[in-house]
Design a protein around this ligand. Structure first.
Ligand code: 26W
Length: 826
């Protein structure tokens, strides 16, 4: 494996051992890395130096297979899959690579005889790669793991942001955003490929004005995209694919000097301006902020990636007609949808194909996944952005639209309303390009991410398109990788699974079915409970050491962890907690298991109401804690800075998973699946993939409640939240506490915007409509939890029936139905 293993290598002789003889005895690639890269003796290395040395050691083991995978794919010339995404929320890599390389012993030997604490300390050195906002970014990370595990020749393409999603601090109960300089230390996984840089034309130039990037028309410029490659190790380590992230900079010094007339200072400024294109990830989840810099980011990702893809295709194939047989490009939401125009540009302007041929190849190569039904999240870009940045693409989009609308007219003569609805261009004060329409027209496949979501997409959001192109529309229910979300996050459960059903579940999650027969087995139940107890104790210990807060692992752990958004209804959860708080104050004898309610999640920095909900959660937490009647019965904990690593810590410890979105609004959810496979029971609405989870597990093994998507839609006309306030005493009492400043005595009126949203503006997300049913579902939870055998039985059945929600299953479906891609193995 690793090249530098020789005991007589110069490294070991150059070292000055603290104890004579130990150096030769312990010579190892790991020690060599400490000595040669970090230039420290192993005994004196800091945790960070140990982390880097171990990561390098592992990379040495990965590199030969990375090369082999590339060589194999170069010679076999298979169909390749390209996953284009503005976000890859990969989190930490070290333990994941150890697992997928099956290199546990290598890691143990490297560190021996270091104690367990050294190992833990080392792992903590790696920052989370937070290159995403939430579900869409994390899904991309699970999918590249599965693509490699299934040996599919594939590449992820994204941006190498200097600053990932902000670090969330909580001050006086409020969210404060701090920058996340995750690359402050060099990253041991990435390999920069300067020789493969590409050049992206921009029709304008840019200026920095008070730190803000401004497009200036006139004067064209270029951006250079430099690829930074990260190995994506499939389980078993045989296939190592690549995640290629682009960094923006000004073209090389020489060009730039010429461009700026030998103005050295000007050239340096231009360099800074160019680099700001990949400086920071936009932290908006599900609202389209419409910023010009974001538009340039999307354009930059597409141009760099398509240039690269087409160059690779041309190296191995002479005939352009082969493109759809050799290349599948998946668009992760509309963020890279300008690929439709860029691929047309390449085929027309560079390959000189006819329009008809170019269009046929484009549509057969591209496919689009939609991830949200929220209208405010659908991307529409002002025409003037295209005029400034990429006028040729605008010209192409207009021509695509002209031909498309001709087809619509031919099919529906005289239906001008339909033409207006379907046009790629929205007319108004400023014309806008509808990116979802562009993506649908330019792709042969359009999919949603859970059955109900695909159905709503087809029947409500883009029904005109589904009518015109019925064969394009399909569903691909999301999945998550069991390597990270069971093996890595929950080693104790993983050991129990291995001992019970063997370890084939790691690559065939349907094997978990084998647990169902053990659901009533008292011995297995006890082992299962022990694993959960262990995870809860470890989590409580972690909370204590990192935040100083005490949480009691013998209480029921109830968790809602996800982005903060009105449709996800953290507010429903906290209103129910206020109901309980008020009941306990009246009746301290109320029968109910002791509960700890965990919340974690970030709010978009400009989303005022979401930030106010965080503040309310923290204020309620404080009041519950201060009252002796409630303090020992319920606790509320807001865990700051939710990220992939925090999810890995908390999910194994969860008893209850909160999936309580207003029905019809959560496209799929993927956290719901992670909780299920880790033995939490779900309290949830019939929304997203939770519907399919209930179908698998049996409805009786979840706590479903509330309006269905259809009922939500039907009651829009007449729903009146004030009715609930006036007729439901518990609802009224809870709201009166919140809006009567009980939780905010020092800041009276602070919750006025929440009151307005709920009672004046009609409670769009129907919190009050569902509150009573939600409280009733929680009461049922309390009852079942009081019976550990019944609770454990249900938890085991949930794990046993979670196999469908593996990303391996999802990727196998994409490969078969959309990409026609096959495994490529030696
Ligand atoms: C343009 C701003 C913007 C940014 C991100 C708009 C929309 C988004 C995403 C589409 C939001 C997102 O992450 N959607 C989530 O995707 C997951 C993976 O498919 C689903 O499981 C979640 O239900 C969905 O909310």
């Amino acid at each position: 494996m690793a090249p530098r293993t020789s005991k007589s290598a110069p490294a070991s002789t150059n070292r000055t051992p603290t104890t004579a003889g130990t150096a030769a005895e312990h010579a190892s690639p790991y020690r060599d890395h400490l000595a040669l890269d970090q230039v420290v003796p192993a005994e004196a290395a800091t945790p960070r130096e140990r982390f880097e040395a171990l990561a390098r050691t592992l990379r040495d083991a990965i590199a030969p297979n990375w090369l082999k995978t590339r060589a194999l794919q170069d010679s076999a010339n298979p169909k390749r899959v390209y996953y284009l995404s503005m976000e890859f929320l990969i989190g930490r890599t070290l333990v994941n690579n150890i697992i997928n390389m099956r290199a546990e012993s290598l890691a143990q030997e490297a560190l021996a005889p270091a104690p367990e604490t050294t190992w833990r300390e080392l792992i903590e050195q790696e920052p989370d790669a937070g290159l995403g906002n939430g579900g869409l970014g994390r899904l991309a990370a699970c999918y590249i793991d599965s693509l490699a595990t299934l040996h599919i020749p594939a590449m992820g393409y994204g941006l190498r942001y200097d600053y990932g999603i902000f670090r969330q601090g909580i001050e006086n109960g409020q969210q404060v955003e701090h920058p996340d300089p995750w690359l402050a230390h060099s990253d041991p996984w990435e390999v920069v490929r300067c020789g493969e840089s590409v050049s992206v034309p921009i029709a304008c130039s840019f200026e920095l004005e008070h730190g803000v990037l401004r497009a200036v028309s006139g004067g064209s410029s270029r951006l250079m995209g430099t690829p930074y490659d990260r190995p994506v190790v499939g389980y078993g380590g045989e296939t190592v694919n690549t995640l290629r992230l682009w960094k923006a900079s000004a073209p090389d010094e020489f060009d730039f000097r010429e461009f700026s007339g030998g103005d050295f200072v000007g050239a340096v400024v231009d360099q800074i301006v160019a680099e700001s294109v990949t400086r920071v990830l936009y932290p908006d989840d599900s609202t389209n902020a419409g910023q010009a810099l974001r538009f340039v980011q999307e354009y930059f990702l597409v141009c760099c990636s398509l240039g690269d893809i087409v160059a690779r295709f041309r190296k191995q194939n002479k005939d352009w007609q082969q493109l759809p047989e050799k290349v599948a490009i998946q668009l992760n939401d509309t963020h890279p949808a300008i690929a439709v125009a860029e691929l047309m540009r390449l085929l027309l302007d560079e390959a000189h194909l006819s329009w008809e041929t170019a269009w046929d190849l484009t549509v057969r190569t591209l496919a689009y996944t939609n991830h949200t039904l929220l209208p405010e999240a659908l991307e529409k870009w002002p025409v003037r952005f295209f005029e400034r940045v990429c006028p040729r693409h605008l010209e192409l989009i207009y021509e695509i639209n002209r031909r498309f609308l001709d087809d619509v007219r031919a099919r529906y003569p005289g239906d001008e309303g339909r033409i207006e609805r379907m046009s790629l261009v929205e007319e108004g004060h400023g014309r806008l390009i509808r990116m979802a329409h562009l993506a649908i027209v330019g792709s042969h496949s359009v999919n949603g991410v859970a059955r109900i979501h695909s159905e709503l997409l087809r029947t409500r959001v883009v029904s005109d398109f589904a009518e015109m192109y019925p064969d394009r529309f399909n569903n691909k229910t999301n999945g998550v990788t069991p390597r990270r979300w069971i093996q890595q996050a929950n080693p104790e459960l993983a050991r129990l699974l291995n001992a019970t059903i063997g370890d084939t579940w790691l690559t065939d999650l349907s094997q978990l079915q084998g647990l169902a027969a053990r659901a009533d087995d008292p011995k297995f139940q006890e082992e299962f409970r022990a694993a959960k107890r262990g995870a809860k104790e470890r989590f409580a210990e972690w909370v204590r050491t990192t935040t100083g807060q005490e949480v009691d692992p013998t209480t029921l752990f109830d968790c809602q962890i996800k982005r903060i958004h009105e449709y996800k209804r953290q507010l429903l959860n906290v209103l129910h907690i206020v109901v309980l708080y008020s009941q306990l104050r009246d009746n301290p004898d109320l029968a109910m298991p002791r509960r700890t309610f965990f919340f974690a999640g970030k709010a978009a920095p400009a989303y005022r109401l979401a930030k106010l909900i965080i503040k309310l959660i923290n204020d309620v937490a404080r009041a519950v804690d201060a009252d002796p009647r409630t303090r020992d019965r319920i606790r509320v904990v807001f865990l700051p800075n939710y990220n992939v690593t925090l999810a890995e810590r908390l999910i194994p410890a969860a008893d209850v998973s909160e999936q309580i979105s207003t029905a019809g609004y959560e496209a799929s959810g993927t956290g719901n699946m992670k909780f299920m496979m880790n033995g939490a029971l779900t309290i949830g609405t019939r929304d997203g993939a939770t519907i399919e989870m209930a179908e698998q597990a049996g409805e009786e093994n979840l706590f479903l409640f509330g309006l269905t998507a259809q009922q939500v839609a039907e009651s829009r006309g007449w729903y009146d939240p004030r009715w609930h306030y006036e007729n439901e005493p518990e609802t009224r009492r809870a709201l009166d506490l919140v809006f009567g400043n009980h939780f905010s005595p020092a800041e009276p009126g602070i919750y006025e915007p929440i009151r307005e949203a709920l009672l004046t503006h009609g409670d769009y997300f129907m919190h009050l409509a569902d509150l009573t049913a939600y409280a009733e579902a929680h009461r049922r939870i309390g009852e079942v939890y009081a019976d550990p055998r019944e609770w454990t039985r249900r938890a085991i059945l949930n794990v046993a029936r979670s196999g469908l929600f593996s990303s391996d299953r999802a990727i196998a479906e994409y490969a078969a139905d959309i990409w026609s891609a096959e495994p490529c193995l030696a």
